[in-house]
Ligand binder design. Structure first.
Ligand code: ADP
Ligand code: MG
Length: 314
């Protein structure tokens, strides 16, 4: 890697944990590989998932709305905005502290970020992402008729609301993010894939949906003309025949190989598939762009080219 690359780092669920206490502890470790990159002279933009966090916020808010008189129903896009603030607060403080521990003065901030989607995205015809609480059949039927929710039976545990997972088209706050990056600030953006909105004249209207954080990270990396997209997750490398006796860990894949492996079904939908697709989309969007998928623990070695799965045009 040349000196001073522009790098978008996408953090997975294992970087944040499942409760405020856990998150506060985990982000201290998460901050280290991020600050390693900054210390090496790179420009770093941080993205992250929010599945458990937005789930927790949504569940708490809907439980409160169903019990305590006067607590209003909190729409899902607002829950997403809350999760960006809550996660960003912990991340920006952990990174700030790690920077100061190394005597580095670099400003860090979170931008509440809206991601524009197409109102006619075919994903809206087929909602797939379960969110929030479990309900009985009767409650589920009531939510369908009263609120127009889509409800599905979830593995024998009850009924859950499902929302669509549309593709990101643009990032509403891209100029702000870009200006901060140009000024040398570390920016946390598109948290949880961004708050999904559609454009209606001058209005941005929030939609209850979940944009995959891997796709949103690839989108902001393209917009910012980044050199590198690094997706940090729970595994050191991407595998074919994952979990099978003939499992094979991959160090490097080009476009043709990635497309073949995708069509052969090697990557699980909802976990590894969006990462490989997002990595491929970014790596093939302009010559020279590279994407790396590796674990948080191996981030440093991965960036040094010693491990992880590199996705490149050829
Ligand atoms: P994140 O929270 O980082 O988005 P996910 O759980 O969504 O993490 O995706 C990472 C997981 O994908 C890994 O922990 C692994 O269990 C799973 N996975 C599925 N298919 C593969 C594969 N072909 N190679 C490696 N990991 C895979
Ligand atoms: Mg994931």
């Amino acid at each position: 890697m040349k000196m001073k690359d522009k790098i978008v780092v996408a953090l997975g669920g294992n970087a944040l944990g499942n409760s405020p206490e856990e998150q506060l502890k985990l982000v201290k470790g998460t901050a280290k590989p991020i600050v390693d990159l900054i210390e090496a002279g790179h420009e770093v933009i941080l993205a992250h998932g929010n599945g458990p966090q937005v789930g927790m916020i949504n569940l708490a808010m809907s439980t409160a709305a169903n019990s305590a008189a006067g607590t209003p129903e909190m729409p899902f896009p607002e829950c997403g905005a809350m999760s960006q603030g809550y996660i960003g607060y912990h991340l920006q403080n952990a990174i700030r502290e790690e920077l100061l521990n190394r005597n580095m003065q670099v400003p860090v901030a979170t931008v509440v970020t809206q991601v524009i989607v197409d109102r006619n995205d075919p994903a809206f015809q087929n909602p797939t992402k379960p969110i929030g609480a479990f309900y009985s059949k009767e409650e589920a039927d009531r939510l369908v008729s009263e609120k127009g929710y889509s409800m599905v039976e979830d593995a024998g545990r009850g009924y859950r609301r499902v929302v669509a997972s549309p593709k990101p088209i643009d990032v509403a706050e891209k100029e702000t993010v870009s200006a901060l990056v140009e000024k040398g600030h570390v920016v946390i953006t598109v948290g949880g894939g961004g708050i999904p909105v559609y454009q209606d004249g001058n209005s941005l209207v929030g939609i209850p949906a979940v944009i995959d954080k891997d796709f949103a990270s690839a989108k902001i990396a393209e917009i910012l003309d980044a050199d590198y997209l690094i997706i940090l997750t729970a595994v050191e490398k991407v595998a074919i025949n994952f979990g099978k006796p003939d499992e094979k860990w991959l160090s490097k894949i080009n476009q043709k190989e990635a497309e073949t492996y995708i069509s052969e079904g090697h990557f699980a939908p909802g976990s590894m598939l969006p990462k490989v697709e997002a990595a491929l989309k970014f790596a093939t969007s302009k010559p020279g762009r590279k994407a790396l998928i590796t674990s948080l623990e191996k981030a440093k070695e991965g960036i040094e080219g010693k491990t992880g799965t590199l996705v490149m045009l050829d």
